[in-house]
Design a protein around this ligand. Structure first.
Ligand code: CUA
Length: 156
C-alpha cells in the first residue's frame, strides 16, 4: 500500500517534469523561429525519398529572389549536385541525411550545419557575392568523406 502511493507520487513528478520540459522546448523553438518552412523536424531516414520536401531535392522559388533549397545528404554525396542561384538570393536551406551524420559547410560563408539522420536542419543564408561556392561535408562519415562535396554557382 505504501509502495503503491510512492509510485504514484513519482509518476506524477515524472509527468510534471516531462510537461515542463516539453513546454520549455516548445517555447524556445517558437521564440527562435527555427521551424523549417515545411514544419518538419523529424522523419524516418529510411523514407527520405518519399517524404516531402526531400522527395524532390533542389531549388524552389518561394518569393522575390527568395528560395527554398532542399538538400539530401548520403554517403558520400549531396543532392542535388549542381545548384545555381542568382546574386542576392535569400536561400532557406533545408537538409537531412539518409544514413550517417554528415556536416554541411559552405566554404567562405558562416553556413555550417550538422546533418543527422532522422532530423531536419535548416538555416537561411543570403548570397550577396556572385561566384562559386563549395559545399563540403565537415563531419567524418566514412571512406568517401573527403570526396563528399557539391557546388553552388551564384550568378549575376
Ligand atoms: Cu559526409 Cu563526411
Amino acid at each position: 500500500m505504501h509502495l503503491h502511493r510512492l509510485e504514484k507520487v513519482w509518476l506524477l513528478i515524472g509527468i510534471g517534469t516531462l510537461v515542463m520540459f516539453l513546454t520549455i522546448v516548445g517555447i524556445s523553438a517558437f521564440a527562435q523561429g527555427h521551424h523549417p518552412p515545411s514544419d518538419l523536424t523529424t522523419l524516418d531516414p529510411q523514407k527520405v525519398d518519399t517524404t516531402e520536401p526531400f522527395n524532390q531535392p533542389g531549388l524552389k522559388k518561394i518569393g522575390d529572389n527568395e528560395y527554398e533549397l532542399v538538400i539530401v545528404s548520403q554517403a558520400f554525396a549531396f543532392m542535388p549536385n549542381d545548384i545555381k542561384i542568382p546574386e542576392g538570393a535569400k536561400v532557406h536551406i533545408i537538409v537531412t541525411s539518409k544514413d550517417v551524420v554528415h556536416g554541411l559547410e559552405i566554404v567562405g560563408t558562416n553556413v555550417n550545419m550538422m546533418v543527422t539522420p532522422g532530423h531536419v536542419n535548416s538555416l537561411t543564408h543570403t548570397f550577396h557575392k556572385p561566384g562559386s561556392y563549395l559545399i563540403i561535408c565537415n563531419e567524418y562519415c566514412g571512406t568517401g568523406h573527403q570526396m563528399m562535396s557539391t557546388k553552388i554557382e551564384v550568378t549575376k
